[in-house]
Design a protein around this ligand. Structure first.
Ligand code: API
Length: 297
């Protein structure tokens, strides 16, 4: 058995996150461990944010992002806020520079506890999303689901926030759509060679969007920060909204600002739930404050 690693179960607006401290270790969290942790109701998560020692000077840490199906993701805005809260509690620092598979990003904690993450620049070229075929205008691509002559969802905007997103615009309450049914079909549609995060968006004013997301590799979530960013920039590109917008996801509101320098900044909360230790090989875990019988160990 491998030595245990420390973790904190946290959430970002209900996006279920495990922040795992993998610094000073040579091993990685296996897909089997991720799947085992997700199967246990107490540690069920959408993403694991694995903190590794920095690879690049000037960065605090290298963050690996793992979906609940064990696959890797390039971006996780809500998870990044959880990492900031955990590391600011540990170090007393408020501003951080991190590296992920998608590059370098910065984040800081405000005095009121809200956390802003610079999610970088969105990309809109079809090759960057990526799409399987050329679409020169990604504000609206040909893709629909439901009866051919009366599609339920159609013509999404697509964008990359490091990870692939499709945003379907709707004119009514986002809860009236069966996202749990259409999500998996669209996530795995052949137009998305790396699959995609699927959102339905209702623009309710020039500064407000309501959003639900089916996440690639994780399914229905209460919040998806990168999808909120993708929806906000896509709403601006299609003339639906201004560059500062509140995106309300099932877990609550996120403030998204698309700055003049093309960076997208997301601001929202993070919440600690409990801490423990786990085996990165198997996912066996134990709460810090309970007797050794707890968990799958
Ligand atoms: N929950 C995340 C996104 C997870 C990304 C993931 N599902 C993927 O791209 O594979 C967020 O807050 O941005």
């Amino acid at each position: 058995m491998t030595a245990r690693a420390q973790f904190a179960k946290m959430n970002g607006l209900g996006n279920e996150i495990i922040v795992a401290d993998m610094r000073g270790r040579a091993d990685r969290i296996t897909p089997e461990a991720a799947i085992a942790l997700d199967r246990d109701p107490a540690t069920k998560f959408d993403q694991i944010m694995a903190i590794h020692a920095p690879k690049t000077s000037g960065t605090e840490a290298y963050i690996e992002i793992i979906n609940s199906d064990g696959t890797q993701a390039q971006a996780c805005g809500n998870g990044m806020r959880c990492v900031v809260q955990a590391m600011s509690a540990e170090t007393g620092k408020r501003a951080f520079t991190f590296e992920t598979i998608a590059g370098i990003l910065t984040a800081h904690e405000h005095p009121d506890g809200q956390i802003s993450v610079d999610m970088g620049m969105p990309r809109f070229d079809w090759q960057d999303i990526p799409l399987a075929e050329a679409f020169h205008d990604t504000r609206r691509i040909e893709l629909q689901i439901g009866p051919i002559d009366a599609p339920v969802l159609h013509s999404p905007s697509v964008a990359s926030m490091g990870n692939p997103h499709a945003i379907f615009w709707v004119d009514q309450d986002v809860w009236t759509y069966e996202l749990e049914r259409f999500g998996p079909l669209l996530e795995n549609h052949p137009i998305f060679p790396e699959r995609a995060n699927i959102s339905i968006a209702h623009v309710t004013s020039r500064h407000a969007i309501t959003l639900r997301t089916w996440e690639r590799g994780a399914g229905l979530t209460r919040a998806c920060g990168s999808a909120a960013c993708a929806a906000a920039v896509s709403a601006v590109r299609t003339g639906r909204a201004e560059r500062t917008v509140t995106v309300t996801v099932p877990g609550g509101p996120l403030l998204i600002e698309w700055l003049e320098n093309d960076h997208v900044v997301m601001t929202g909360p993070a919440e600690w739930e409990f801490s423990g230790t786990f085996d990165p090989q198997t996912g066996a875990w134990q709460r810090d404050d309970t007797a050794p019988s707890q968990g799958a160990a």
